[in-house]
Design a protein around this ligand. Sequence first.
Ligand SMILES: Cc1ncc(COP(=O)(O)O)c(C=O)c1O
Length: 348
Amino acid sequence: MFSLSKVVRPHIFTLTPYSSARDEYSGKEGTFLDANENPFGSVISGNYNRYPDPYQWAVKEKLGEIKSVRPTQIFLGNGSDEAIDLVIRACCEPQQDNILILPPTYGMYKVCADVQNIAVKQVTLTLDFQVDTKKVLETADAHTKIIWICSPNNPSGNIIERSSILHILDNFTTGLVVVDEAYIDFASEDSFTKLLDKYPNLVVMQTFSKAWGLAALRLGMAFASEEFIKILNKIKYPYNLNGVTQKLLYTALGKVEKKDKFVTQILKERGRLHKKLSDLSIVKHIFPSDSNQLLVKFIDANTVFQNLIEQKIITRLRSNVILCEDCIRISVGTKKENDLLLKALRKY
Ligand SMILES: Cc1ncc(COP(=O)(O)O)c(C=O)c1O
């Protein structure tokens, strides 16, 4: 049986968090003399003199409707990178606990663990970038606090089989299973957010940096049990999302259709790019993608990458990453950008 009190570090579980002025009085009306703000206004035009809502309830109400989750099941952070860092800090005791990752995958899980001096166990994905669930469950030990599953995966781009994730959720109950769905808007599979009430060991992460086109705002989401979200709220900086970002996000949440339109455009371009790339003799293989990236195996990726750089086309060389020998990860661009890439590759 899963028990959050056994997963969260004991001193965090019992921590008394900082109580901000906005924690102690959350009403909107009144004469505010509680937060040592400037009562006259801001030195630039616009009203930035008051601290923002520390829990971002207005945006969480709206986001909860879009994602069919309760606002209390949502954590918002300065990119999903903040959520990744906080989940590790909440659960893992340095030099004692470990996390388990499935390379090749997103680099920040390991970096955040390394910063905290937390060991990282690794179970390499299969040749088709799927999860060897048996090996994962055998590798996890009594000190494994988090298993990270990136689906759709970065850099391979593919979705992880739903049955594999469910198998891990059902059988790893001494820690959390984080499903990082940064690219879920580009996939045809359902999000795991629908299973939050069934699995108290599940944390789902998503981001506004990809399909929503808001990477510069730094906005990430974590969805989990209300109990675990309370833990994240205890250890985050009190005002981790600034007021300007909250306002912009509120507006963005009214534009789901525009996001969907972007997704349609990107998927169309992904199909076209895939087809055109496969016609090139220097391309050995293109891995199937459920995201906005294509992992492409070239005859000599290093030289191709350098040549593209010389033509001012910047891609991501992954040839030193496990299972990605001679691979370049290409983000799907606009039609014009993709045509420039194809032209440069043909010239090469
Ligand atoms: C799988 C995955 N998770 C998380 C992130 C980080 O997202 P954010 O911009 O919200 O920090 C990325 C960024 O590329 C990613 O690929």
